[in-house]
Design a protein around this ligand. Structure first.
Ligand code: ADP
Ligand code: MG
Length: 354
């Protein structure tokens, strides 16, 4: 593997008494699209601000292209930031806005205009050069902000909830565009969001943050299929969580006593170990006893039609504290009030580390 483009080493940050980041280490590969995913207050913006040079960490170091950038001011590092509110200059033309960073770097007017036009073409706004920001839609203004950040050819582009101000449909459309633009320019993007769908759609590398720590990181497919922690299993997509304790260990198979009955899985944990199991909604089977692991009966509380599928919420008849979340086909006849048998396949059960 090549040397990481960005190397965050043991970074902690406090605002007064409040620890916003707790010993975060993270490596970013060249050309990758990294998503920092987490709930509000988990430290995403703080980490991005440390990368951009707007905040100096209380502890730890940040290396970019092998160089210690921890105390280098924003304008002197190979990063640019796109903020949620775009922060375009209203009195300046779109071309002027995009060329602004180049002007600050002493690039002459002719080259500036040429490079601004090129950057605008890259984001599909070649015709907007002479317009003013107020003549553009929200999505177009966001693209101008992107062009302005890319025109200076940063090694790393930082984006803080860049699609947060857009309505849902435009947001999904801009996601596809962002990904296409990132692949075209090959610049590493580090993008903050609390939206797990956005994370799955965009990330090559997904970093799940919670309470100032990294809970899980990896390709989104891996984080979804095999989340490392209970938080990751419930924040990146939904899961039914079963709490249990290992009761038996034999020949590489562990038996876990859970709220829904005994569950046997391949594993090597010791008897007495407390564990949590996660099951994704698409892996729970309601009705027919199709799965190899029986999870008892459940009373259906709610069936929500979502277009291509139905989201089914049910409560275990063995333990009312156990809530099942399942995904059924759009044609499924299950209704609120039904009592159903619940099962799944052993291979789909995720054994969580915590
Ligand atoms: P996120 O972007 O994930 O929502 P932030 O990085 O903005 O989270 O904030 C992490 C924590 O640090 C929050 O509890 C927040 O209230 C606190 N925080 C952020 N910025 C400041 C600041 N300038 N002063 C004091 N506390 C802050
Ligand atoms: Mg934030």
């Amino acid at each position: 593997m090549s040397a990481p483009l960005v190397d965050i080493r043991d970074v902690s940050h406090r605002f007064g008494q409040h620890a916003a980041l707790k010993n975060v280490s993270l490596a970013i590969e060249p050309g990758s699209y990294t998503i920092l995913l987490g709930p509000s207050g988990s430290g995403k913006t703080t980490l991005l601000s440390i990368l951009g040079g707007f905040v100096s960490p209380s502890e730890g170091k940040v290396f970019i292209r092998g160089e210690d950038c921890t105390s280098v001011p924003p304008a002197k590092r190979p990063t640019t930031t796109v903020f949620q509110d775009y922060a375009l200059f209203p009195h300046m033309s779109v071309g002027g806005n995009v060329g602004f960073g180049l002007r600050m770097r002493g690039v002459d007017g002719t080259s500036r205009a040429a490079r601004a036009r090129e950057a605008l073409a890259l984001v599909g706004l070649a015709a907007a050069f002479d317009k003013k920001p107020h003549q553009l839609s929200g999505g177009q203004r966001q693209r101008v902000a992107l062009a302005r950040a890319l025109v200076v050819e940063p090694a790393v582009l930082l984006l803080d909830e860049p699609l947060g101000a857009l309505d849902l449909k435009l947001r999904r459309q801009m996601q596809d565009e962002l990904k296409a633009i990132q692949k075209r320019v090959g610049t590493a993007f580090i993008h903050v969001t609390h939206d797990q769908e956005e994370a799955m759609a965009l990330a090559d590398h997904c970093v799940v943050m919670n309470d100032g720590r990294i809970e899980d990181e990896g390709p989104p497919e891996r984080v979804y299929a095999r989340p490392a922690t209970r938080f990751s299993a419930t924040f990146m997509g939904e899961s039914t969580i079963l709490a249990g304790k290992v009761t038996e260990v034999a020949n590489g198979i562990i038996t876990i006593a859970t709220q829904a009955g005994p569950v046997s899985l391949p594993g090597t944990l010791r008897a007495g170990t407390a564990v949590a199991l996660a099951i994704r909604p698409e892996h729970l089977v309601f009705g027919a006893t199709a799965g190899t692991v029986a999870l008892g009966g459940a009373k259906v509380n709610d069936v929500v039609f979502q277009g291509s599928f139905k989201r089914v919420l049910a409560m275990s008849t063995k333990d009312p504290a156990l809530h099942f979340i399942a995904k059924a086909s759009a044609a499924a006849t299950v209704q609120a009030g039904d009592t159903v048998a619940v099962s799944c396949n052993a291979g789909d059960i995720i054994l969580l580390a915590d």
